[in-house]
Design a protein around this ligand. Structure first.
Ligand SMILES: [Zn+2]
Length: 123
């Protein structure tokens, strides 16, 4: 009888664990969907703003499409790879001089905060 009760208890534990795992997976999926929507909205907004700036330059200053394409290629090659992306290399800490990832605002080694003087650190 004790074994039977123990087995029932174990089966219930397994069912509960499966339900918890299903709920956690759904939660992660829903969070990922929300984040994807947020990023998509942000890209759409940046694309619209970029298009507005480009058409202003073209219409008001007479900048040609070829000049824009040439500049895009030049900027793309700043990191040495023509891949259609801007990617800055590591930044060197002003205090300890060690290299840090661009994703880090503070030095991993000494905690010194990076100066935010250039909004485009790769140019
Ligand atoms: Zn440092």
């Amino acid at each position: 009888m004790t074994n039977f009760l123990w087995d029932l208890y174990q089966h219930q534990q397994i069912r509960d664990a499966k339900a918890d795992a299903r709920a956690a997976a759904e939660s992660v999926g829903a969070r990922a969907d929300r984040e994807m929507d947020r990023l998509r909205d942000r890209v759409d907004s940046l694309t619209l703003t970029n298009l507005a700036m480009w058409t202003l330059l073209r219409d008001k200053l007479g900048v040609k499409d070829e000049e824009l394409e040439k500049r895009v290629r030049e900027l793309d090659l700043l990191d040495g790879v023509q891949d259609g992306k801007l990617s800055a290399g590591p930044w060197n800490c002003e205090k300890c001089k060690r290299p840090n990832s661009q994703r880090q605002r503070r030095c991993l080694y000494c905690g010194h905060e990076r100066a935010a003087s250039n909004p485009f650190p790769m140019v």
